[in-house]
Design a protein around this ligand. Structure first.
Ligand SMILES: Nc1ncnc2c1ncn2[C@@H]1O[C@H](COP(=O)(O)OP(=O)(O)O)[C@@H](O)[C@H]1O
Ligand SMILES: Nc1ccn([C@@H]2O[C@H](COP(=O)(O)O)[C@@H](O)[C@H]2O)c(=O)n1
Length: 842
């Protein structure tokens, strides 16, 4: 408190309340932004902590990737038959996208309209593809009490009016051979909660049996059959559609085995039927119906597919019916095989809560607004502190410059306390156990998985089913605890405290800088010695500030990395386990996939040296960059060796960087209208940002000037206005760039998918499953994000730098010099330190 002034209780209370309001608004902002992110990401209500990715867009793009597309032949991937050069994806503009989007809309909305009932899941595929095996595995994993299992085969029309010899010659692979209308009727009845009588069919006699089988409504209806995607009315009843895609030779072999063993057929009759009806009908009806699928599983039932699918189903079901517990969380609720023991707690007839994930119902990506009001309030409250301080001599007396400095110190301290209060409250908030639960379903709407050969055989199907589920559940438990081991938590706390201390130091430096400015402003600048003294002090402070901030960043990065690594070290194993880990921990599958597969090797450089702890995060960045180059290379159709070479060259060669970014930029060609709009908001935000320090300076000047309160108030009003405009423009800019990112992401997925489906069979023999699924899921997102982020960042930095420079030099070239004097030193320091790190890594 300054000499001669006395604090008024009312004003003190006001300052306190404004501080509390700031703390509250800050927290509310954070949580609302989290909530919005959470909603956008997953429907799992227990999932609290998420990476900031745009899942809704990804869900859409995932669906989109499998929809019939007007896009012409695009990029062949590596083994492509024709090496077409990179082309801009055609037909993705509004006009040509129309039918595609409509189809997507239908695709997403159709199940929603009927989402008042159970979740309907369809598994289609050619005869012998393994769809029954896959469907049964799902059935067993979910638990029979939760699933109504129906096969289209039960609805084969009765042919008892024909003699046996006639019957056996019938075409059983044509849609007309089945009573699909009855099946649709039954599905609708089940959705309404009614029990239905499903016919029973005898493949030996080609007739319907007299008896029927009761099917009760349950939370999941699982339908399986070769032609279920060939009938529009049936497709519309299905929320999730899976196609099991197995090559014809394998299907024929499997069919021969099965029909001889189970359906009492001779080899001759099987081959005859295959050539005459099964094959032609497959090509005419089954194969084209693949386009209806949301998910395509090559080669039939395999563990990765099943695990991923289960995780997705779990998310779908939990997201909407939170009281239901198909997969119990607590280990004691599972039996030894890993099967769920908890019963479905809601009455099946009232189980109307199950909903399919629907991108259109999720909030748009404007969640940035969540933090804006709180930030505005925050700034406003600090300004109010000044206001109260200046208005009535509560803190300030204008007797002598010395006391003003003293008073400013007190205001600065108040500000630090306020910030610390917010930070501590935020910490407590973030550390609360419920909020730290990390569980996120992996996105399975667009993956390609395949059996590894050692997977399922006719004899071990049952075994695989039970062990897979048991393994899945136990892995999930292990992974859940692995993400939060206590040493890591302790380390996090230490890290947090270190960050708080660093934040504090950073603020003291800020205050020292302010003092420097004041010293110059209130008369000391007349003396040249003092001026240069301030310049030198400013330079030193700038360097200290840089080091503190660097350290600060390093701490933050290191916790994240350490946490990630600890989880991996505990779980180093197969790709499948890594994918499962990502399912429960929410970490990026690319990183997990590669690290999991490589185990400890992932922490070594190409030359095999152990990485220094210090350079781990830098190495991660570089690996990321190399990885991105590889992804892009695969999009362009380069082979692995070329990609690796490209990636390595990319580190040193300017050429590579240019080519890549030019290519990436070409993906945004259709979005220039959006980018221009974002640029306009960016200009608004930049002008606001430049004016904020200007008016802050004016406010400080007003405190020590003769004009006093009036000038101060004017500066305050302008400051709040600038903050508001700047905040709104920043939010809009961010939102638009997020949309651009999502659009690019969707485009890349579409290109990649088109490229994948044009590959020769040999390609799928050599390409790793994990590579393909991660290419389609997270890699595409990464590339898309890079494009929007880079454009956003580049434009923002450019406008800000140019605007600020002009403004500063107009204001005072001397002060500008003071501000920039530390820049060359920082640049040199940063160059030296990054060079050192690069040498340590390579
Ligand atoms: N992934 C697989 N690997 C090996 N054999 C399989 C696989 N999936 C299914 N089979 C076998 O192929 C045969 C046909 O499988 P099934 O699931 O009945 O196919 P569908 O229902 O598509 O006609 C069965 O004998 C089954 O054991
Ligand atoms: N009386 C019948 C009826 C059907 N088929 C064949 O069954 C196949 C469908 O069953 P899947 O389990 O293999 O999907 C289909 O291809 C029909 O040819 C039959 O042989 N006799």
């Amino acid at each position: 408190m300054s000499p001669g002034s006395s604090a008024k209780p009312l004003e003190l209370l006001f300052v306190f309340l404004s501080g509390a309001a700031v703390a509250w608004s800050f927290l509310a902002g954070r949580s609302s932004s989290r909530r919005a992110t959470h909603k956008r990401k997953a429907h799992d209500p227990t999932c609290r902590q998420e990476d900031e990715e745009d899942d809704v867009q990804e869900v859409k793009s995932g669906f989109l990737a499998y929809l019939p597309s007007p896009v012409g032949p695009l990029l062949p991937l590596r083994h492509g038959v024709s090496a077409t050069p990179l082309e801009e994806p055609q037909g993705l503009g509004k006009e040509t996208m129309g039918p595609l989007l409509e189809s997507l809309e239908q695709h997403v909305k159709a199940p929603r309209q009927s989402n008042s009932g159970p979740l309907t899941l369809g598994v289609a595929g050619g005869s012998g593809s393994g769809k029954t095996t896959f469907a049964r595995a799902l059935y067993e994993a979910l638990g029979e009490e939760h699933v109504t299992y129906i096969t289209h085969d039960s609805y084969y029309k009765d042919l008892s009016h024909l003699p046996f010899d006639e019957r056996k010659k019938s075409n059983f692979d044509h849609p007309n051979a089945l009573d699909t209308a009855l099946l649709v009727e039954h599905l609708r009845a089940l959705k309404r909660g009614q029990t239905v009588e499903v016919p029973e069919y005898d493949f030996a006699t080609h007739n319907r049996l007299k008896r029927t089988c009761k099917a009760e409504p349950r939370p999941v209806i699982l339908l399986e059959g070769i032609l279920i995607f060939a009938d529009r009315s049936l497709v519309q009843e299905l929320a999730i559609k899976v196609f099991v895609d197995t090559e014809s030779d394998l299907r024929l072999i499997r069919r021969i085995h099965r029909d001889v063993k189970e359906r009492g057929r001779s080899l001759e009759s099987i081959v005859d039927q295959y050539v005459k009806t099964v094959r032609p009908m497959h090509l005419e009806f089954v194969e084209p119906s693949k386009r209806e699928a949301d998910v395509i599983i090559p080669l039939g039932m395999n563990q990765v597919a099943l695990d991923m699918f289960l995780s997705r189903l779990q998310a779908e079901m939990k997201g909407a019916a939170s009281q239901t517990s198909i997969f119990p969380d607590k280990p004691e609720e599972r039996d030894k095989t890993g099967h769920a023991q908890t019963r479905y707690k809601t009455d099946p007839s009232r189980s109307s809560g199950l909903k399919i994930k629907d991108g259109s119902s999720s909030p748009p990506s404007w969640f940035q607004f969540g933090t804006l009001p709180s930030l505005l309030l925050f700034d406003a409250a600090i300004m109010v502190t000044f206001w109260v301080a200046s208005g009535d001599g509560f803190l300030f007396s204008y007797d002598a410059p010395g006391s003003v400095i003293w008073d400013l110190c007190i205001v600065g301290l108040l500000r630090i306390l306020l910030l610390l209060g917010v930070a501590i409250a935020f910490d407590a908030f973030a550390l609360s156990p419920q909020r730290r639960r990390v569980r996120r379903p992996v996105k399975t709407d667009s993956f390609l998985t395949r059996a590894t050969g050692a997977g399922v055989s006719p004899s071990n199907t049952a075994h695989v089913t039970t062990t897979t589920v048991a393994r899945y559940l136990s892995l999930r438990e292990e992974a859940k605890s692995a993400t939060q081991p206590s040493p890591i938590r302790r380390m996090e706390r230490v890290g947090r405290s270190a960050t708080l201390v660093l934040t504090l130091i950073s603020y003291f430096i800020l205050m020292a800088k302010c003092l420097m400015r004041l010293l110059m402003g209130i008369g000391f600048s007349d003396s040249m010695a003092c001026f240069w003294g301030c310049v030198a002090a400013s330079a030193i402070l700038g360097c200290v500030d840089y080091i503190v901030l660097k350290r600060h960043l390093r701490y933050v990065k290191r916790w994240a990395y350490q946490r990630h690594r600890e989880a991996l070290v505990r779980k180093k194993g197969t790709l499948r386990e890594s994918l499962l880990l990502s399912t429960v921990s929410g970490n990026g599958s690319v990183c997990l996939g590669s690290e999991g597969a490589e185990g400890e090797g992932a922490e070594r450089t190409a030359g095999g040296e152990e990485l220094e702890d210090e350079s781990e995060e830098d190495c991660e960045d570089l690996k990321e960059a190399a990885h991105l180059s590889e992804v892009w290379a695969s999009l362009r159709g380069l082979d692995d060796a070329e990609a690796a070479e490209d990636a390595t060259r990319g580190r040193g060669s300017k050429d590579k960087g240019h080519a890549t970014y030019k290519d990436l930029l070409s993906l945004t060609r259709d979005d220039w209208h959006l980018i221009s709009l974002a640029f306009a908001f960016l200009l608004g935000a930049a002008i606001g940002q430049v004016l904020i320090p200007h008016y802050t300076g004016k406010a400080i000047d007003a405190i020590v000037s003769e004009e006093g309160a009036a000038a101060f108030q004017h500066a305050m009003v302008m400051l709040v206005l600038c903050a508001a405009v700047c905040g709104a423009c920043t939010g809009l800019r961010g939102g638009i760039f997020t949309i651009v990112g999502a659009r690019v992401n969707r485009r890349i997925r579409d290109m990649l998918f088109q490229s994948l489906i044009r590959q020769e069979v040999g390609f799928f023999d050599t390409a790793k499953t994990g590579d393909l699924s991660s290419r389609l899921s997270s890699d595409c997102t990464k590339v898309g994000d890079q494009v929007s982020l880079n454009i956003n960042f580049f434009l923002r930095s450019l406008v800000q730098a140019v605007g600020t420079l002009i403004f500063m030099f107009i204001q005072s070239w001397k002060l500008s010099l003071v501000a920039f004097v530390s820049v060359p030193v920082i640049v040199i320091m940063s160059k030296v330190s990054s060079k050192g790190r690069e040498e340590a890594v390579f």
